[in-house]
Design a protein around this ligand. Sequence first.
Ligand SMILES: N[C@@H](CCC(=O)N[C@@H](CS)C(=O)NCC(=O)O)C(=O)O
Length: 200
Amino acid sequence: MKLYMTEMSGNSFKVRVLASILGLDYESIRIDWENNEHKSDSFLKLNPRGQVPVMEIEDRVLWDSTAHLVYIARRYGGETWLPSDPLQMAEIIQWMAFAQNEVQFGLQWARGVTVYGRRPESFEGYLTDGRLALNILEDQLVKTGDWLALGRATLADIACYPYVKRSGEGDLPTTYYPEVEAWLSRCESLAGWIEMDPKV
Ligand SMILES: N[C@@H](CCC(=O)N[C@@H](CS)C(=O)NCC(=O)O)C(=O)O
């Protein structure tokens, strides 16, 4: 497996941390983010969205961290991270969809404004979606306890973690969300967890 990434990318982090937990070897290719390699013609051939992460897996090129997590969990993770039981799988996919909606378009993109100056005209909308994301997570953890789904760590937690962890940098601090803060620490205590780059 080959992972095109940057160490500042929270979506790449999801793949890196799962691979670390499972002890997988893969080739890591750091793209030249600072010089916009992800928008170059050659990179757009790998991912028409112009984003990391991208993975070469077997004979395919796949983009989006959700696809990568699903592949790695099912190929190498047994029944632990994404079980094959239809109802359990659906529950985890629900949270992965949430990670790609409210978490990305709220928390990640609010931070995109404050850290990278991207799309400042939409900041209020990102804040609204980001607050919704934190409220939903807090309510879920009040109900379920330690983890988002199935009473144990799964892809649901890995998919949501990075941009919740960095949400304070997008003017959405987790201070008023004690269950969310405890859950972040719980994720960080998993065996094989790696520290996210401070600039993510
Ligand atoms: N849904 C995608 C989002 C990927 C994404 O937003 N990647 C960021 C880095 S974390 C990126 O490359 N942004 C550049 C851009 O959108 O132009 C995924 O989960 O892989």
